[in-house]
Design a binder for this molecule. Structure first.
Ligand code: ZN
Length: 83
């Protein structure tokens, strides 16, 4: 069974590229049992949609131009905003 660290990595990877069949199966099985990872997935999926909506005008490659650091900054800004 995969652990939470692997799962959160898979979730991030899944935003940038298609996961293999078995990666998706492992991911889904884990999400059914683990509320923390399910919540994490909801957050990053919502975040990714937001980023795509904001930067997506430049084409399909738009969101991928964002560096990891930029995503972290946006995440931090969202976190501050919700508090
Ligand atoms: Zn987990």
């Amino acid at each position: 069974m995969r652990n939470c660290k692997e799962i959160t990595q898979l979730i991030s990877e899944g935003l940038d590229r298609r996961l293999s069949f078995w990666q998706q199966v492992g991911l889904r099985l884990h999400l059914m049992m683990c509320g923390a990872c399910a919540a994490y997935r909801r957050q990053v999926t919502a975040l990714n949609k937001l980023i795509s909506a904001r930067f997506g005008e430049s084409g399909p490659a738009g969101p991928h131009l964002l560096s990891g650091e930029a995503r972290q900054r946006i995440k931090a800004a969202l976190r501050d905003h919700t508090h």
